[in-house]
Unconditional design. Structure first.
Length: 322
């Protein structure tokens, strides 16, 4: 694992960004508010599948919209790229679901290890970060090499967009089937991919999809985007998250995993109901936008925020810093 000396940066006096990097995590501030921290060299327990994650994630006015190690699922970490069924291995954390056996604790919790920093810069009003990772099984086998980047782009209103980009290469020498608990037989539990866990107070919040569709009935449905609106304790303010699939993706539109009760979570799940064959030596590429906005949103505002992210994803295609 490479190490990085603590650094802090701003690029110009006009920049809305500042950031610090301690060699394991980068914290990004927008207009003086710490909006997110990305822990890129995680040291969590092995049974939680150590992997990079975003937490805390806050709105531009400072409201917290992510949860870390909730007691019901301690392996849930803010916003994280997490795969529960990478062949026999678990890069999600916790027990593994097996057909006919329910969830079982197995010696299969892998880790996504930071290897090398590629970029941490701010230019043209956008913060960019990139690094490389190695996916190592609990037994110590290297199975995936990954190039990952993210961007933070301010919106014109009280929002910003997190653009997440990953390119995973199968270096195991064998084909790998990527699936989910649903492909193992658990109905409507196809989680896996870029997954967000919301704060406790967001339980009972609103799930909104395209065309004004609402509710947990959207779980397992295909859509270009999904939105969650939650309310905060203490301030009683609302915040909105909208997750958007890359409109230029060569993959099918994802099915979505989303819950409002007993806790808030959401994520596009590209392996929800059908396994994806990850051939040896090939690369899989996934890219998403996550809009984090202050305030309550109805279907119309959610659609507008999703459109902003889709346009941003299209405009930044090929400029991810990798």
């Amino acid at each position: 694992m490479s190490t990085t000396a603590p650094v802090a940066g701003t690029s110009t006096t006009r920049s809305p960004f500042s950031w610090t990097d301690d060699g394991a995590a980068v914290t990004v501030s927008l207009d003086g508010v710490q909006v997110l921290t990305y822990i890129y060299a995680a040291n969590d327990p092995q049974e939680e599948s150590p992997r990079p994650y975003f937490h805390p994630v806050r709105t531009r006015t400072g409201d917290l919209v992510s949860a870390y190690r909730p007691h019901d699922h301690v392996w849930h970490k803010g916003i994280a790229w997490s795969l529960p069924h990478l062949g026999p291995d678990n890069f999600w954390g916790g027990p593994s679901y097996r057909r006919g056996q329910d969830y079982r604790w197995l010696p299969n919790n892998g880790a996504m290890r930071h290897r090398e920093l590629g970029q941490a810069t701010d230019d043209d009003g956008t913060f960019r970060f990139a690094h490389s990772l190695q996916w190592v099984t609990q037994q110590g086998s290297l199975v995936v090499e990954e190039e990952r980047s993210f961007q933070v782009v301010p919106g014109t209103d009280s929002s910003y967009t997190l653009v997440f980009d990953t390119a995973m290469t199968n270096v195991s020498g064998e084909p790998i089937h990527i699936g989910s608990p649903t492909t193992e037989g658990r109905e409507n539990a196809g989680y896996g991919g870029l997954f967000w866990r919301g704060p406790r107070s967001f339980a009972g919040g609103s799930i909104i999809g395209p065309g004004g569709a609402t509710g947990e009935e959207l779980r397992g449905q295909r859509a270009p985007w999904l939105s969650f609106v939650g309310q905060h304790d203490e301030t009683c303010r609302f915040s909105t998250l909208v997750m958007v699939d890359d409109p230029g993706s060569q993959h099918p539109e994802p099915e979505w995993f989303a819950r409002s009760e007993p806790f808030a979570c959401m994520g596009p799940a590209p392996f929800f109901s059908e396994e994806v064959l990850f051939e040896a030596g090939t690369t899989l590429h996934y890219r998403y936008g996550v809009v984090i906005a202050d305030g309550q949103s109805d279907a119309q505002r959610s659609e507008a925020l999703a459109l902003v992210a889709r346009e941003l994803l299209a405009a930044t295609q090929g400029r991810n810093g990798q």
